[in-house]
Design a protein around this ligand. Structure first.
Ligand SMILES: C[S@@+](CC[C@H](N)C(=O)[O-])C[C@H]1O[C@@H](n2cnc3c(N)ncnc32)[C@H](O)[C@@H]1O
Length: 333
């Protein structure tokens, strides 16, 4: 059977593409506005055609024939840390670019069989639940059967990061919807612990270390005292994450690197997590290429903005299985 084909909107560095590809789909087309994300995406997804442009300039007729349309659309307007503007914020309105493209694709006989969206957890409760109701209604108007779930990466993706995200799936085919059940994606034991992801013994570049010359050194030294724990430094205080997982990685890790989590390594040095460690805490493959031309702050931002690959993979496996069941039944009839 031919592989199901996906196109990604707001593709970033391709976390969703990795997840679907690992589950057995083929990523064939993607769109992303940010040229630095595009560098990372292109070098790691050589077979996917990436269009680097504002989604507002994309025409549905130019998206090749696909089965699944995905979009981890910008979450700033919905995030707790953001301004809670929801649809009034322009970035919130980008959701309507997704529905515009679905409509244009339908006109071109290319209406996606599956819509897969990802966002911050509080999208569901934002503005007295009105925001999510609107999203759902817009998809339902287009005949999608919509289901959603909030999953934490450390419970569902076997990666040691506390990251709760909402995953929204729209099924055009009722049989696909019937074949899909969140119960088939149960919590799994976290075996991939921070000990395995973090290079506690690594020789790292001096730029990742917090030594005496740093203004915050004294505060960090007093508080960062245990190994095997990930710490967060927040200007005036330091917090230890004693639950054995990394706090949610955020895009603002890219802003001067201040929000990058810290550790006390095996040589008793206080250091930031490395860009590669952040990517691994999102479930990106070990052999993923970090483009040399990108400075660390770009990579931290890309990692913080990304989706947890292993969580997407598990959902994608179930979506693809549901589609396959439908198709096999149809073939036999
Ligand atoms: C939350 S991130 C998605 C990250 C992606 N899921 C990943 O794994 O890397 C949202 C992405 O939307 C992109 N974006 C924002 N506005 C856009 C626009 N107008 N057109 C296209 N992409 C846009 C951002 O640059 C960002 O990479």
């Amino acid at each position: 059977m031919e592989k199901y084909r996906i196109a990604s909107l707001f593709a970033g560095i391709g976390g969703i593409d990795y997840g679907f590809e690992q589950a057995g789909a083929k990523s064939i087309w993607a769109n992303e506005i940010d040229k630095y994300c595009a560098v990372t995406f292109s070098i790691n997804h050589k077979k996917t055609k990436l269009v680097v442009d504002d989604i507002c300039n994309i025409k549905g007729k130019n998206i090749p024939k696909i089965d699944i349309l995905t979009g981890g659309f910008p979450c700033q307007p919905f995030s707790v840390a953001g301004y809670r503007k929801g649809f009034k914020d322009n970035r919130g309105n980008l959701f309507y670019q997704i529905t515009r493209l679905i409509d244009e694709m339908e006109e071109n006989n290319n209406k996606p069989r599956i819509i897969f969206l990802e966002n911050v957890k509080n999208l569901k409760t934002h503005d007295h639940k009105k925001t999510y109701k609107t999203i759902k209604r817009e998809l339902e108007k287009r005949n999608y059967l919509v289901t959603e779930n909030v999953l934490n990466s450390c419970e569902y993706g076997n990666i040691p990061q506390n990251r709760e995200r909402i995953f929204i799936i729209g099924f055009l085919n009722p049989s696909d919807r019937k074949n899909f059940d969140w119960k088939n994606i149960p919590k799994i034991k976290l075996t991939n612990t921070i000990d395995k992801v973090i290079a506690w013994d690594a020789e790292v570049d001096k730029k990742y270390l917090y030594e005496k010359d740093k203004k915050c050194y004294q505060l960090l030294k007093e508080n960062i005292t245990e190994k095997g724990i990930i710490y967060q430094y927040r200007r005036i205080y330091v917090r230890a994450n004693k639950n054995g997982v990394c706090p949610t990685l955020t895009a603002n890790m890219g802003m001067g690197g201040h929000n990058v989590p810290l550790i006390l390594d095996n040589k008793n040095r206080i250091r930031k997590l490395l860009p590669r460690e952040c990517l691994m805490l999102q479930g990106f493959p070990k052999n993923m290429i970090i483009p040399e031309e990108l400075c660390d702050s770009r990579v931290y931002k890309q990692a913080g903005n990304a989706v947890s690959v292993s969580v997407v993979r598990r959902i994608a496996e179930n979506i693809l299985e549901a589609m396959k069941e439908t198709d096999e039944k149809n073939e036999n009839n």
